[in-house]
Design a binder for this molecule. Sequence first.
Ligand code: SF4
Ligand code: SF4
Ligand SMILES: [Zn+2]
Length: 216
Amino acid sequence: MTFRGSFSCDACQGAMQMTLDEAIQPQHQGCGYIQWQKESLRLLETDLGGEILQRLQQISAYREQFACHLCGACCRLASQDADYATLLQRAAAGDDFARQFTSVFLPYPSREAARQKAPDLVATVLAETVEEPEGTEQVFFYHCPYVGEDNRCTVYGTEKRPAICQSYPETPLVFIQPKCAWQPWKQETHPQTLMAHALLQVSEQLRKRLQSALSL
Ligand code: SF4
Ligand code: SF4
Ligand SMILES: [Zn+2]
């Protein structure tokens, strides 16, 4: 976006002082900056988008070097920032993650019940996620009924097992318990994953606005 200086328009006096927000608005007919908008769009769709995706693919490939040791912890205790009713509402409103999550996970009847099942894990989640003002709960605990006695997934390979389980722990939002086999991978790659997702989001917004400015 900084190469705007290579473009010029006689009609747009002081265009170099344009903010990015102004520069991605529709321009007047024949404006020299329309070429800049086209070039920016091309860069977003090819070079930049490709680079971010490539980086995410590398992070994903690196994950293959670690292997789940079947402790079952991620199925027996998952945490979310919302209670079950809210997750169901999100799912009904089209939130795909919430839809997948509620298709298998059930809430613990109380925090105490979760604590009895996995005291260390509940304590770690509470210490590492949000601060809860006295007397409130901001974190909610869930378990999946499909985990077997041997810690294996009893719906493995069926349609019942949602994609979020298949791609676990490859989501920037998930809490990974300290003893999980993928904790070292997560620690190493988390900042880059977050950055890549943020860049993707920003570039997607810019791409849409440029497309609309260019009436594409
Ligand atoms: S569906 Fe299988 S992998 Fe997913 S949480 Fe349940 S038991 Fe675990
Ligand atoms: S917590 Fe990690 S190591 Fe344990 S079962 Fe889940 S993915 Fe595997
Ligand atoms: Zn102009």
